[in-house]
Ligand binder design. Structure first.
Ligand code: S3P
Length: 420
């Protein structure tokens, strides 16, 4: 079997947000390597700078210094979270612990995403919050002394869970939060544990006690498995050679897509594992494979929520009908991903339905041709971009630049793969 040059992918987006935030809260100078430098990461860095945290420029090469010694100070202007839901929700959690007012804003897509899932429990903890009438940004928050909380989330969401844990951290209060179906990514828990905070888990609950102490730290952010997923998808569709992707985060709460793909007939393996501040990191090996349909169940969804676009596109080339259960949450991502996936797949000639909370995609080997509406959503663009590079497909993406939100070098890397 041919083997291409090993690739690596940009730093993990979720960990980049969290590393910047925790470094900003630590009293001193932290050093972060391998950070994502894409627009979403720049948004979090820019908001923290607006709160008087010193952060050196986020360049692709080289590390980033974060100086949190001044502590968070009242902002002089509105804090723009750009396109990033993680920035907005996690930073609301942080601001809940500070007694000054701050207003978070975002772009058109972010402004329409629901915020009350975070602002309701933060209000219950004691923050005073004004949310725009449509339950989106702008949100103005004035925090202060917080109360402990026990909160059952309506949907399993790492953003909500992390916002509350961060509020517990800055407010120095206990937080217990329960996820209804399946476990969402646990990067915040792992990082807090690394600083000696008590984080225990039982029966879907995560319990946080403010026992630890946040110190300046060094961290090297692993490659983003959600970005790697697009290259994995390209390699599987291309069916020509073995692909290796080095240094990818393989936290079990992030790699549900690998489990699903292996169930569909792939034989992806993880090698050379190491540990960075409690986060497992490894190399992915992806041999070519033919895929068959599967059912992706509700408890699996939180562990692959960002990979549904690429999985749906792969399902369009698998034999049989793949069904994704309970994916209603996709309607409130960067776009209505559920609607757009079905609409775009149908536009190319694939049988696909999005009814209630279920997405069903029937695979075909017919040539696929058409124009993709992304609504500015990076993951829709990348998923259909992968399909477009596969044999007998001719796909035009209406907005290729939107990948800059998470993966600026995506088109170059995709183009370098031997796929046809
Ligand atoms: C993220 C959590 C997920 C994911 C998003 C990043 C995070 O959102 O879709 O891209 O870093 O916490 P939800 O937690 O709202 O599902």
């Amino acid at each position: 079997m041919k083997a291409g040059m090993p690739l690596s992918v940009p730093g993990d987006k979720s960990m980049t947000h969290r590393a910047l935030i925790l470094a900003g809260l630590a009293p001193g100078r932290s050093r972060l390597e391998g950070l994502l430098t894409a627009f979403d990461a720049q948004s979090t860095a820019q908001v923290l700078r607006g709160l008087s945290i010193g952060i050196s420029p986020l360049w692709v090469e080289g590390g980033v210094d974060v100086d949190g010694s001044s502590g968070l100070q009242p902002p002089r202007q509105h804090l723009d979270c750009g396109n990033s839901g993680t920035a907005a929700r996690l930073l609301l959690g942080v601001l809940a612990g500070y007694g000054f007012p701050a207003t978070l804003t975002g772009d058109k897509s972010l402004s329409r995403r629901p915020m009350c899932r975070v602002t309701d429990p933060l209000s219950e903890m004691g923050a005073v919050i004004r949310v725009a009438p449509h339950d989106g940004l702008p949100v103005t928050i004035q925090g202060g002394a917080l109360k402990p909380i026990r909160h059952v989330m309506r949907v399993s969401s790492a953003q909500v869970k992390s916002a509350l844990l961060l509020a517990g951290l800055v407010g120095g209060v206990a937080v217990s939060v329960r996820e209804p179906t399946g476990k969402s990514r646990d990067h915040t828990e792992r990082l807090l544990r690394a600083f000696g905070f008590s984080i225990t888990e039982s029966d879907g609950w995560v319990h946080f006690e403010p026992t630890g102490c946040l110190e300046p730290f060094e961290f090297s952010v692993p490659g983003d498995p959600s970005s790697a997923a697009f290259l994995v998808g390209a390699a599987l569709l291309g069916r020509r050679s073995m692909l290796t992707i080095r240094g990818v985060g393989v936290n079990p709460t992030r790699i549900g897509f690998l489990t699903v793909l292996n169930r569909m007939g792939a034989q992806i393996t993880i090698e050379h594992q190491e540990d960075r501040l409690g986060e497992p990191v490894g190399d992915l090996h992806i041999p070519p494979a033919e895929l068959t349909a599967t059912e992706v169940t509700a408890p699996e969804i939180p562990g692959l929520i960002d990979e549904i676009p690429i999985l749906a596109v792969l399902a369009a080339r698998a034999s049989g009908t793949t069904v994704f259960r309970e994916v209603g949450e996709l309607r409130v991502k960067e776009s209505d991903r559920l609607g757009l996936l079905a609409q775009n797949l149908r536009g190319l000639g694939v049988e696909a339905t999005a009814e209630h909370n279920t997405l069903a995609v029937t695979g075909t080997d017919k040539p696929l041709r058409g124009r993709i509406t992304t609504d500015g959503d990076h993951r829709i663009a990348m998923a259909f971009g992968v399909l477009g590079r596969s044999p007998s497909s001719d796909v035009v993406i209406d907005d290729m630049a939107c990948v800059g939100v998470s993966y600026p070098g995506f088109w170059g890397q995709l183009g370098s793969l031997d796929l046809r």
